[in-house]
Design a protein around this ligand. Structure first.
Ligand SMILES: Cc1cc2nc3c(=O)[nH]c(=O)nc-3n(C[C@H](O)[C@H](O)[C@H](O)COP(=O)(O)OP(=O)(O)OC[C@H]3O[C@@H](n4cnc5c(N)ncnc54)[C@H](O)[C@@H]3O)c2cc1C
Length: 396
């Protein structure tokens, strides 16, 4: 069977690419349904983009790489598409846009767009073997126990990253990239909860509070959640992408507040009040009890010198923690690293050294913040690639 374009992976990027690439395109996926990560995303409502999309909110070995695709297919373009399909949406927080109803509406929309463009979709299909004969890619596919050989001028790697193997994530895109000599940036789990040893926070499990969390140069003002295994919540997921093993994270438990001034004022007002009681007005009392196990919080406010107040403020507004690790691929929302952007054209997503080979979406070393940024990268990179394929057809 001779086709123009074979897209591996019917996820967010692969379906978006097919919607633009048009006739002569075959999308395959080993799963029984397309867009499974879209279906479960955003608690079933899919945080499909963000009003505040900008290149600085993406991590990559080359921070400039994502600019072109994001500028040529923006959040406004995707919002227009969603609205055109009659899908109701709302802004939840921090520019994050969600479906009012169900994430499966986005999957259905992409299927409709693919069908309209003339692209075909084969599910429950595996790639058994891949080679290149000098002009075409030759893929041996297995589907419902039968083997079929497909010849394609273009091959698009859209099988995503390694996160959540239970949902069918594999390293196929990386293996094929390596087969064709493309460099890879080592992968690590991103947007993932931290783990701490010995059930350190298990007594606080379920407690959530607003914090400013920092790892390296990155800081996020969002909620932190204590869990049986460690720390989660948006603030922790965000900094996890900037964290490296063996490093500390810093947590300001009272973001935007001047704890030194607050404690001094409380001391003048009522010096006989216990330090833990005063802190219990500013922080959840359960957390204060936990902190008192490692910080000198005994005694009354009157016992605190200015220096001790400053030390206490420093400890609570720059709480240094060293995670043991992260929950890893099992729960990570994204994969950092992947196919090096140095190997790809930022305009078309085509490999510079292998004409006709493209890589899009999470498989590429571009990772967004939490909040709809990763889907926007899938839509933008998928569109860049799909449009290029369609324009080459038009030109030939
Ligand atoms: C729980 C969860 C929630 C998320 N929520 C959000 C959110 O709300 N907003 C947001 O922006 N991002 C979210 N993300 C991230 C987002 O889902 C991904 O960044 C995005 O789906 C990447 O798109 P992709 O097309 O590159 O890969 P995917 O969507 O992962 O698609 C890859 C496809 O390739 C197929 N595949 C893999 N290996 C093979 C193989 N060997 N053979 C054949 N097919 C294969 C898979 O079955 C899959 O269909 C979430 C991720 C998770 C895990």
């Amino acid at each position: 069977m001779q086709i123009e374009t074979l897209i591996l992976g019917a996820g967010a990027a692969g379906m978006m690419c097919a919607a633009h690439a048009g006739p002569g395109t075959l999308v395959i996926d080993h799963a029984r349904a397309p867009g499974e990560k879209i279906r479960i995303s955003g608690g079933g409502r899919c945080n499909f983009t963000n009003l505040e999309v900008e290149p600085a909110r993406f991590l990559s070995g080359n921070p400039h790489f994502c600019k072109s695709a994001l500028a040529r297919y923006t959040q406004w373009d995707f919002i227009e598409l969603v609205s055109r399909h009659g899908i109701a949406w709302h802004e939840k927080t921090l520019g994050q846009l969600f479906c009012d109803d169900k994430a499966t509406q986005i999957v259905a929309m992409l299927r409709t767009e693919m069908e309209t463009s003339g692209a075909e979709l084969w599910l429950s299909t595996e790639l058994a073997e891949l080679s290149h004969d000098g002009s075409c890619f030759i893929a041996r596919l297995t589907r419902e126990g039968r083997t079929q050989t497909v010849k394609a001028r273009n091959l698009v790697l859209a099988t995503g990253g390694k996160s959540i193997p239970k949902m069918g994530a594999t390293g196929l895109a990386y293996d094929i990239a390596a087969q064709f000599g493309l460099p890879l940036v080592p992968t690590r789990a991103g947007l993932v909860p931290f783990t701490f040893p010995d059930g350190r926070f298990s007594a606080l499990s379920g407690l959530s509070l607003p914090v400013r969390a920092r790892a390296g140069q990155a800081a996020f003002d969002e909620a932190m959640l204590f869990t049986h295994r460690g720390l989660s919540g948006p603030a922790m997921l965000q900094v996890s992408s900037y964290w490296h093993e063996g490093e500390d994270i810093a947590v300001d438990l009272l973001p935007g507040q001047d704890l030194t001034a607050a404690l001094k004022a409380a001391r003048s007002e009522n010096g006989r009040r216990a330090v833990t009681t005063a802190l219990g007005h500013l922080l959840p009392p359960k957390l204060v009890a936990h902190l008192s196990e490692s910080l000198p919080l005994a005694g009354n406010l009157a016992d605190l010198s200015d220096r001790r107040i400053a030390e206490l403020a420093e400890a609570l507004q720059g709480w240094h923690l060293r995670p043991q690790g992260t929950e890893g691929w099992r729960t990570a929302e994204v994969t950092l690293g992947g196919i090096s952007t140095a190997a790809l054209s930022s305009k078309t997503m085509e490999a510079k050294s292998v004409p006709g080979l493209f890589a899009i979406g999470e498989a590429v070393d571009v990772t967004g913040w939490l909040g709809g940024y990763n889907f926007q990268w899938a839509w933008s990179s998928g569109t860049a690639c799909g449009r290029e394929i369609a324009s080459r057809r038009a030109a030939s």
